[in-house]
Write a protein that binds this ligand. Structure first.
Ligand SMILES: C[S@@+](CC[C@H](N)C(=O)[O-])C[C@H]1O[C@@H](n2cnc3c(N)ncnc32)[C@H](O)[C@@H]1O
Length: 246
């Protein structure tokens, strides 16, 4: 049986290869990263840290961010677990998680740690899958991780070790858009929550599947996405959320 580290490394190597050989993917991610950069507030003092950087692609748009992950790789600055961050209290301006929040079994435990390391008006930015009527089918049938719309979410304040692998792609949709737990997160303010259509992304095949359209069609698909983003519950596929400690 392969260990989490070998599984992770196999996925990282496959993702790196896709990143290098699929210009369409780089263009699509570049738009995703622009949405994150737009949510940064340069007036907030402190460093920017990315949690769960994986292959470290966000660095193309944010070279000043400290890239970290649970598992080591030569391009990362720090190896750390999001539940136990090696940063001093109040030292960070922004924490960024790209496709990482849905891997956090105990969001409250992570939020507690984020609160500790962020400066007073610091920001936590999450970029996640969004589950709508249309994207649900794609995430369920074409993605290997569970969507888990009915699973119980663990709201404990701590998550003891050992921490096993966890994935629930629907968690951001449930918590920040459907507001299944309306008073959560109690000591944060939600400064931005936006879901948008992502057919240009879904039909690109992402990191794992071949693209269903040629790169020259991207502008057309992006126009379609912009139009359909007016109805996120029907057509949404991705979302971005920003929070600030109260
Ligand atoms: C789906 S990948 C996303 C990687 C990268 N952000 C990207 O967009 O390509 C999830 C990443 O989160 C990391 N991760 C999962 N749980 C974590 C935790 N508790 N602390 C830090 N990183 C974690 C994994 O090692 C993995 O690299």
């Amino acid at each position: 049986m392969s260990t989490p580290l070998t599984q992770h490394q196999t996925e990282i190597e496959r993702n790196l290869e896709a990143w290098q050989n699929k210009p369409l993917l780089r263009l699509i991610y570049s738009r995703f990263y622009e949405r994150i950069v737009a949510l940064l507030d340069p007036k907030i003092p402190g460093q920017i840290v990315e949690i769960g950087s994986g292959v470290g692609n966000l660095n193309t748009h944010l070279p000043q961010a400290i890239s970290t992950d649970l598992f080591p790789n030569p391009w990362l600055d720090v190896v750390c677990d999001g539940y136990e961050l090696p940063f001093v209290n109040g030292s960070l301006s922004h924490l960024i998680l790209f496709d990482v929040f849905h891997h956090l079994r105990a969001p409250n435990a992570f939020f507690r740690e984020s609160r500790r390391v962020l400066t007073e008006k610091g920001r936590l930015i999450l970029y996640e899958p969004y589950i709508s009527w249309s994207s649900f089918l794609i995430y369920v049938f074409l993605h290997h991780e569970p969507v888990a719309l009915r699973a119980t979410i663990n709201f404990a304040q701590t998550l003891p070790r050992p921490r096993d692998y966890y994935a629930a792609q629907g968690n951001a949709t449930r918590l920040f858009f459907r507001r299944e737990k309306s008073d959560w997160p109690s000591d944060w303010s939600l400064v931005h929550a936006e879901a948008f259509a992502g057919f240009s992304y879904l039909f690109s095949g992402g990191f794992n599947k071949p693209a269903l359209y040629p790169a020259r069609w991207l502008p057309r698909l992006e126009r379609l996405d912009r139009a359909l983003s007016r109805w996120p519950r029907l057509f949404g596929a991705r979302c971005v959320v920003a929070l600030q400690p109260l």
